[in-house]
Design a protein. Structure first.
Length: 141
């Protein structure tokens, strides 16, 4: 996904993010999410098919009381985890798109022949060109 190399102790290393690799990892997380969701559904069906295999005696009743709470929490947690894995995949796609957009913007805005006296997109330094995407400052969402 990302690679770094250092050229010495002066902090002169580089960090490279490859959008196509982020997209690939995003697809992997989405597939894992789907597979995990299917496995959770299979487990849920198998447990439901068992019914209530414990007895009605005191130990069986005690187990049943604990099992029902744990059963719901476990399956809910597994379904939630499947969803979160899918969100990681979506986040990686978003990161890839934003990285590609930033690279394109930097290449055209900073290295695209702009020199002294050249026109600045938007008419002022640092302005987003008309129709350009705005990126939220807080990228943690």
């Amino acid at each position: 996904m990302a690679s770094g190399s250092s050229t010495g102790g002066s902090g002169g290393g580089k960090f490279v993010i490859k959008p196509w690799e982020l997209h690939g990892e995003g697809r992997e997380f989405e597939k894992i999410s789907q597979d995990f969701g299917k496995a959770t559904a299979t487990l849920e069906q198998a447990l439901a098919a068992l019914g209530s295999p414990w007895g009605l005696d005191k130990p069986g009743s005690g187990f049943a009381a604990v099992y029902k709470d744990a059963h719901g929490g476990l399956l809910g947690g597994l379904r939630g985890l499947a969803g979160r894995l899918g969100q990681v995949g979506s986040g990686l796609h978003t990161m890839a798109e934003r990285t590609a957009d930033a690279d394109t913007s930097a290449a055209t805005g900073f290295g695209g022949g702009a020199g002294p006296g050249a026109a600045v997109p938007g008419g002022r330094p640092g302005a987003t060109p008309a129709g350009g995407k705005t990126v939220p400052k807080d990228m943690s969402a």
